[in-house]
Design a protein. Structure first.
Length: 128
C-alpha cells in the first residue's frame, strides 16, 4: 500500500504453492514481485506455481527467480482448455549449485551465457 492506501501488489499462497501474484502495472519492475515471492520461499526448501502456458512474461519472471518447469497440464484448475506449466523452485544445495543462471553458464531458456573467462572474449572487460 502507498500513502493513499492503493495496493501495489499481493500474493496468495497455500503453504508452498503460489496461487496468485499480482503487481500493479505502475509498480512492475521495481522488485515488489520478487520480494513477495521471497517471503513465501523463506524457510521452505520447495515452492511451486502454475503459469498459463501463453503467459511468457509470467514464466520469464519465475524463471529469473530460479523456478523451472517440471510438468504441464492441458487444462486449468477448472477444467477449461488453458494449458498450464507447473514450475518449481528448490533451495540450492549447500555447494551453491543452481539449475541455471550466470553461475551455471546457462540462461533459463537454455542459452549459453558468456563468462568473464570466456576464451572468445565475449563478456570480458574491454582493454583501453
Amino acid at each position: 500500500m502507498d500513502g493513499r492506501d492503493v495496493p501495489h501488489g499481493f500474493l496468495g499462497a497455500s503453504g508452498g504453492h503460489i496461487d496468485t501474484l499480482f503487481v500493479h502495472a505502475g509498480s512492475s519492475g521495481g522488485g515488489l514481485g520478487r520480494r513477495l515471492v521471497d517471503h513465501v520461499r523463506q524457510g521452505r526448501d520447495e515452492v511451486t506455481v502454475d503459469v498459463n502456458e501463453r503467459n511468457e512474461a509470467g514464466r520469464g519472471f519465475y524463471e529469473c527467480l530460479r523456478f523451472a518447469v517440471y510438468g504441464r497440464s492441458e487444462t486449468d484448475g477448472d477444467g477449461r482448455p488453458y494449458p498450464l506449466l507447473r514450475l518449481r523452485w528448490r533451495r540450492a544445495d549447500p555447494a551453491g549449485a543452481v539449475p541455471f543462471g550466470p553461475r551455471a553458464g546457462f540462461s533459463p531458456a537454455g542459452r549459453h551465457l558468456p563468462r568473464q573467462d570466456d576464451r572468445r572474449g565475449v563478456g570480458r572487460p574491454q582493454q583501453r
